[in-house]
Write a protein that binds this ligand. Sequence first.
Ligand code: NDP
Length: 344
Amino acid sequence: ATVLVTGANGYIGLWVVLELLVRGYIVRGAVRSASKVDVLAELVARKQPEARHRFKGYVVPDITAPGAFDEAVKGADGVVHTASPVSPPVDDPEAFIKPAVEGTVGILGSALKTDVRRIVVVSSIAAIASGTVASPGVYTEEQWNDQAIRTVQEQGKDAPRIIKYNASKALAERAAWAFLEEHKAEAKFDLCMINPSWVFGPMADDTLPSPSALPATPSHFYNMIFAADRPAALSDREPQCLNYVDVRDVTEMLIRALEVPEAGGERIVANTQAVKWEEWLLANQELKLLPSLETVDPATAKQLPPHVFYANDKSKRIFGIELRTVRDTFKDTVEDFKSRGWLK
Ligand code: NDP
């Protein structure tokens, strides 16, 4: 089968490309420029030499252009759509919202004219509730972050960046479900939304020159735990408590979402647990990895303040995946960063 992955050079996208190749798929990777196609093709050839002939790069310069994905999607059986602004250079709400919404609806529109059977979109827990402002409690796939959409409508440019991002994810997801509803008579495909929490874990891209080149979430992980200039006090590391999932588990879920019939028509949270920075440091201590990091009290490291938790029962039921633990993710991330010479 042939799968188109958008945002193929991104943190999650690249893991999905490589893992699909391992599993025998024919893979198309959409990125924004010819030079990015070249870099990606070289990376694929280096990491999956056997599979290089099953990979092809596509240039989609502007995902908001009408028919942008027509060529890339023609002849594909499935799509994993990851391309969406995570940290755009400008702070205008439209810099988040327009590519998120129009890119997602655009790929559905391009797929209408084809035999694509399933489209998997990377949404986010951000489309369910904003972890930074929602009341503590358990949140599920039944909930929608309309609060973030309202905040951006009211505050525009002045809304916090994270809320603009959250609104973009909620609006893109809503637009995708609405588009499919509107075109259900013609669409040969169904849709699955995977809603990950904060994604951490090792990088598939072996060319990153330095920690400053890390994508947004692994960069935050690095800055809060390893960077020389990390806040000295744990209480100054934000957010105090977050929900996380390992990038390789997200990858597994995105691929199963293409394959498992029951995933069709569903939105599915991808989340391991709520965690505070201290628990990562406890993992370090127990695994005796980096003596230079702070020591913490094992009695309190896993005690969480009142917090938001995104329920993962549905993903467990549909995918049955054994999720990696904080210890697994920490160990593999440290090994990865060490192999790049970023940690000693
Ligand atoms: P990355 O920044 O590594 O990847 C983002 C990808 O999207 C890149 O390929 C990037 O291309 C592309 N992209 C960004 N903006 C645009 C745009 N305006 N037009 C076209 N392409 C664009 O981040 P992740 O891999 O972490 O994110 C991938 C997806 O996962 C996103 O949809 C994000 O919202 C979602 N997500 C991520 C989570 C996380 O914790 N990391 C959690 C939940 C959801 P380029 O390299 O050219 O900029």
